[in-house]
Structure formats: structure tokens, C-alpha cells
Design a binder for this molecule. Sequence first.
Ligand code: ZN
Length: 117
Amino acid sequence: MGVVDYTLAKRALLRQFRRGLLSKGDICDAHPELLRAARYLGAEAKHACPVCKQHDLRLLAYVYADALKANSGRAFKVPEAMALAAGQAGGACYVVEVCTSCSWNHLTEAFMARTAV
Ligand SMILES: [Zn+2]
């Protein structure tokens, strides 16, 4: 699958926060639904939350593909989401990190299934 890494965008956002250009409320704005999904489906991230430094950072993924119909746009555990997206033409899997402590959330990586030419 093709991969897009969002580390640079994430670092830029965190830099703005540390410089006081963004408030904690601006960047720690996870929707209650996202926090719930993170608690139930999220795998513990290897690193601590970049904002509050707590080890409550979870990784989960959203899958988008036309053929998935109702399941398109649903949250999944990362390995499940990857397998699902890889099996769909035009499928995409977006991995998100969510802190269940301070509500920080950011896209970390996107995987795009390669479509047959
Ligand atoms: Zn946090």
C-alpha cells in the first residue's frame, strides 16, 4: 500500500502549541465519539502523549472504501483496518493517535491500497 506520513504536520502543530500560537483547546479537541473509539479499539502507542506526557496515547484507524458501504468510515483496530483497506480497490486506512487523558488527536499515517491498472 502507498503510505503518507503525517509526522511533519504533527511536529509543526506541536511547535506552534509550544510557542503559544495555539492553545491546548485548539489541539486537544478529540470528539467524544473518537475518545470512546480510542478506549475500546485503540492500541497503546509506543510513545507518550506529546502534549500531556501521559501514557494514555492510543492508536486506531478509520477505513474508507466504496465497497465497504456502511463500514466505510468506521473505526477499527489498526491491523484489522489495514487488512480491510488493502483488500479494497481504492481503499484507504487512516491511522489516528488519540490521547484519552488530554484529548490530543492527530492523523499519523494514511495507507492507500494500490488500485489495479
Ligand atoms: Zn495527552
